[in-house]
Design a protein around this ligand. Structure first.
Ligand code: CTP
Ligand code: ZN
Length: 155
């Protein structure tokens, strides 16, 4: 069923693939970029500024014929910690998944320390996750901690 209880879908249902729901509206394009969705041949549809009781305004992304690995999808926890994944097969939701903050973050985030080598040389950033809530990332190169508030997404 794709249209139960007369609920109107704001973005068309998909036959097979992944629906990423409950993305904070302001982070939609960060999620698209982190997952590299601008470079894949799959059909991608999204809606933004949809009403959500939990988030106020949310975004949703639907990627046809794509099923993400945990390590790949967990990267979006940095900008969409409350995201819910719905795995769709033959129009039915067959699985729901949440995202988890990984123990290490490679790339994606800029080191907050202006003197860090990663801000001067073409070196991919690498952090150990020191705290998941609130997020604190410790740089492998300069050992400075980048907090959630200071976090800037690179890609
Ligand atoms: N969905 C879709 N295509 C389908 C089936 C579902 O795009 N063939 C989308 C729905 O629009 C919804 C999400 O997948 O955004 C989850 O579907 P469902 O579990 O049926 O909706 P809810 O019960 O509203 O989910 P939840 O409350 O867990 O967010
Ligand atoms: Zn650093």
């Amino acid at each position: 069923m794709c249209n139960v209880n007369n609920k109107e879908l704001k973005v068309s249902a998909i036959k097979n693939g992944t629906v990423i729901d409950h993305i904070p509206a302001e982070n939609l394009f960060k999620v698209i970029s982190i997952l590299g969705l601008e470079n894949i041949p799959n059909q991608v549809t999204f809606g933004t500024n949809l009403e959500s009781r939990k988030l106020g305004r949310k975004s949703i992304i639907k990627v046809a014929d794509k099923f993400f690995e945990d390590a790949e999808i967990n990267k979006i926890s940095l900008v969409a910690p409350q995201a819910k994944l719905n795995i769709i097969r033959d129009y039915e939701v067959v699985e729901k998944r949440v995202v988890n903050v990984p123990d290490e973050v490679v790339g994606i985030v800029k080191c907050f320390n202006p003197k860090c080598i990663t801000n001067h040389e073409p070196i991919v950033t690498h952090f150990a996750v020191q705290s998941k809530q609130p997020l604190e990332l410790k740089c492998r190169y300069c050992e400075k901690v980048t907090t959630e508030k200071q976090m800037e997404i690179i890609k």
